[in-house]
Design a protein. Structure first.
Lengths: 350, 109
């Protein structure tokens, strides 16, 4: 884990967000009471998701709890990225010096960026998670997102989330893998989970974001891992057929349109060796949730910088894997809250 | 002569949302400051200057209590005044200042 520098203002700002997360639970309890008082049940909700949102907006128009939940969520969504950038800027001299040291450190990790790469419009046309400027919106966005937002800010609200990558990786069918491809490696933390689970494996990571890969490279240097990192599209990896024995895709699909998800599955199948496996994690599919739970997830996503969430949550990864040529696909929404959700499948021996 | 500027609508419906954001931003800033005070006490203690208990046990005398009460009421009245309830202390002071200035000049308001 990279060292993070926060001054008092940055630390206290992050603490405030964590305390807001705690407070929101009591507001959600009030919202639940308002929903019950309005006589809303799973059975009374419209089937169509747009109609369901409109129905709930109308039914809760006088709910103060709903107003406060919307306000808190909107404020978090709009400002959390700015707050993290501000925290970075307040300590940037020290941080940049330390990150530069890591960049220059000897090590076996490789970073291959492609400045000529044509990034897909579905990725450039909106700011993922409402992060100001988008995924590459800051020269050190990999550090800002990976270390400050994810490891400091989000982990303080959802402490279990950070270790989830390793837990999901451990659901791969075999105990050992030689060559793992992490599609959508981002800032490198899913690769940490993979490497801890499969210490002997050679791990390759790809991502569209140069800034995220730069952070992954520093994470590798810091930990002494020999990761190979490429700025490449998961739908067109340019790797030879049958290059990897495990394909890992963590929390990528809810950031991609459905047709791109199908392309990624096809590409995953192409580069996976016969007998190799694929492990996918993403948002819980709506069919594993109650109608009210679906409304809540769908509403949060629609207003939280997640335009592709709904499409992904209506997918069945087992079906996509099977369509792509994998077999023995198994999708699991882990109890008690149907989360995390993952799918494992195998490429048949030829 | 009173302020004859005609009233107008200041915030759009969309700015009501902004007002909510501003309120949460101010709450965050208040926490940053509160955290700073806690940190200040902790750092002093680390250097052998334990002030926290003294702060908790500190009782302002009557004059200081009155000054603090006036200060706190001024803050509350400022916020309420901005919300259109009563008149904010700043506005009251400004009016008072104009009035005394006019009296000094021999003009009337």
């Amino acid at each position: 884990m990279l060292k993070t520098n926060l001054d008092q203002r940055g630390r206290a700002s992050f603490d405030f967000l964590a305390s807001m997360g705690g407070v929101s639970q009591s507001v959600y309890a009030e919202l639940d009471a308002d929903i019950a008082a309005a006589g809303i049940t799973d059975a009374s909700l419209p089937e169509d998701l747009d109609e369901r949102q409109q129905f709930m907006n109308d039914a809760l128009k006088d709910s103060k709890a709903f107003g406060v939940i919307k306000l808190m969520g909107d404020w978090w969504g709009k400002y959390h990225g700015m707050m993290a950038v501000e925290a970075f800027e307040d300590t940037k001299e020290q941080t940049i010096a330390e990150l530069t040291q890591l960049d220059e450190k000897d090590g076996a990790a490789e970073l291959h960026l492609d400045p000529e790469m044509r990034l897909p419009t579905w990725w450039t046309d909106h700011w993922i998670h409402r992060t100001t400027g988008g995924w590459d919106g800051h020269a050190y966005m990999g550090y800002v997102h990976g270390e400050l937002i994810h490891r400091k800010m989000v982990a303080s609200v959802f402490p279990a989330l950070f270790k989830q990558r390793g837990i999901i990786a451990s659901h791969a069918p075999k105990a050992h893998y030689a060559d793992i491809l992490d599609m959508g490696a981002s800032s490198g933390h899913s690769m940490i989970g993979l490497q801890e689970t499969y210490p002997d494996a050679q791990i390759t990571g790809i991502d569209l974001s140069a800034r995220m890969l730069e952070n992954a490279y520093r994470v590798a240097k810091h930990a002494g891992h020999s990761w190979k990192l490429y700025q490449r599209d998961a739908a067109d990896t340019q790797f030879a057929d049958n290059s990897f024995d495990l394909i890992f895709i963590y929390a990528v699909f809810h950031e991609t349109p459905v047709d791109v998800a199908r392309d990624i599955f096809a590409e995953a199948h192409r580069v996976c060796r016969p007998g190799g496996d694929i492990v996918v994690n993403d948002v819980t599919r709506y069919k594993d949730l109650s109608p009210l739970e679906v409304w809540r997830a769908d509403y949060s996503a629609a207003h939280g910088g997640e335009p592709y969430w709904r499409g992904t949550a209506q997918l069945d990864f087992s079906e996509l894997a099977t369509e792509a040529g994998f077999v023995n696909a198994l999708s699991v929404s882990m109890p008690p809250k149907a989360y995390p959700h993952y799918m494992v499948a195998t490429k048949p021996q030829q | 002569m009173p302020d004859t500027t005609p009233p107008r609508r200041l915030l759009t419906d969309a700015q009501t949302n902004d007002l909510g954001h501003a309120l949460l931003t101010l709450t965050k800033e208040l926490w940053v400051l509160t955290d700073r005070v806690h940190t200040f006490e902790a750092v002093l203690a680390k250097h052998g200057i334990a002030v926290t208990e003294d702060i908790e046990a500190y009782e302002p005398d009557a004059d200081e209590t009155a000054r603090r009460l006036a200060h706190s009421q001024r803050i509350v009245q400022s916020v309420l005044g901005a919300l259109g309830i009563g008149i904010s202390p700043g506005e009251a002071m400004a009016h008072e200042s104009v009035k005394s200035s006019n009296e000094h000049d021999g003009t009337t308001s």
